[in-house]
Design a protein around this ligand. Structure first.
Ligand code: KG4
Ligand code: ZN
Length: 354
């Protein structure tokens, strides 16, 4: 383990024994990959967040989905204030920041670039190292904030608006893809289903709310690829099934059936996700499971997995809802295990949509 001196804190990269003068050193993390403008202050081992500020852009609701140009502009307008707030909430001055972490991929390119430019500016002005973080690794790292004793190996399910995939996370934290969606992401299927049902955006919470008093068995919805041995997902058949059901109903019938349709649709997504996740656990004899991404905030999914994992004795780590949806604390949590770029070598660092 390297030791840090007090003369030049900016050059220290990796974990080290902190002398007295380093008492407060922290990671400042920024996340702007989609429609949430986020900044957080995280302890250097990535196991505790001192602040976690999320500004969710409400501008997109009227369009029923995220508009990339609006997202970039809104990040640009709000990021400075969000960063300032994350430092003040953590009661940490900028002087105590030892490195800056930022999401560089995947996501909306214009939105990512706003965060990357801000992070580069902050790090450069203070001669700090910069840590590029993969958004998906960030979602998984939310589990380290949730259970500070968690160590790999485990199976991770990421289910968000843009991604639905199963990974095996090895002892060295490398993520190996086991299966993924062949069409829509789970969150995307919920968002599109909600739009068809005339519910709000984002669709996941809207469908859950509408499903509250619904009978999930009243309508038969297909669970994609359920009989297949692979660990992939498919949600296109589910969407088509809802579309045909709606076409066969008039307005009055739809109003009556809305809670049941929402409940059946939500349950089909939950069954698809939990079935493949538990199959992966079985195949890989995994001792623990992590569920991450916005859809992991879903109460039915959480309850289903709690019940099933309790039966099999599998440890289940699902972050609290505010760490499941996009946030910067998870980016800070991934930073200690991502490769830092020393000052000033990140001037040409860019972002990538994939
Ligand atoms: O991870 P996230 O915040 O952003 C992406 O990286 O995509 O995930 C957003 C997705 C949306 O599709 C939203 O409908 C879904 O997560 N979501 C939920 C819930 N909260 C957000 N889905 C089901 N139940 C929820 N409570
Ligand atoms: Zn996400």
């Amino acid at each position: 383990m390297a030791t840090a001196s007090c003369e030049n804190p900016a050059e220290t990269i990796g974990s080290f024994d902190a002398p007295e003068c380093y008492k407060q050193i922290v990671i400042l993390a920024i996340e702007t990959s989609c429609d949430d403008t986020c900044s957080a202050v995280v302890e250097p081992d990535g196991r505790r967040a001192l602040s976690n500020v999320v500004h969710t852009q409400t501008e997109h609701a009227r369009y029923g989905g995220v508009v990339p140009e609006i997202a970039s502009r809104a990040h640009l307008e709000r990021l400075d204030g969000v960063v300032e707030r994350s430092l003040s909430d953590a009661e940490v001055p900028l002087d105590d920041v030892s490195r800056v972490a930022v999401t560089t991929r995947p996501g909306l390119i214009g939105a990512l670039l706003v965060g990357v430019a801000a992070a580069k500016g902050l790090a450069y002005a203070r001669a700090l190292p910069l840590v590029p973080v993969n958004h998906l690794e960030g979602h998984v790292a939310a589990a380290y904030l949730t259970d500070p004793d968690l160590e790999p190996p485990f199976i991770a399910l990421i289910a968000s608006g843009g991604h639905t995939a199963l990974y095996s996370v090895d002892r060295d934290r490398k993520m190996r893809l086991l299966g993924e969606t062949l069409d829509d992401a789970a969150g995307e299927a919920l968002d599109k289903g909600a739009r068809m049902l005339g519910l709000g955006f984002p669709g996941g919470p809207a469908i859950s709310e509408a499903a509250c008093d619904g009978d999930r068995d009243r309508h038969d919805f297909p669970v994609g690829l359920k009989g297949r041995d692979n660990l992939n997902f498919s949600f296109s058949g589910l969407k088509t099934s809802l579309l045909y059901k709606l076409k066969a109903m008039d307005g009055e019938r739809l109003r009556e059936e809305l809670p049941h349709l929402a409940a059946g649709y939500e349950a089909a997504v939950v069954v698809a996700l939990s079935r493949k996740l538990l199959r992966a656990v079985d195949l890989h004899d995994a001792p623990a499971v992590v569920v991450a991404g916005g859809v992991a905030a879903n109460t039915l999914l959480r309850h289903t997995l709690e019940e099933r994992c309790a039966k099999t004795g599998t440890d289940l780590v699902v972050p609290p809802p505010e760490l499941c949806t996009d946030n910067a604390a998870m980016i800070g949590a991934a930073a200690p295990h991502s490769t830092a770029i020393a000052y000033p070598e990140y001037s040409s660092l860019s972002a990538s949509s994939v």
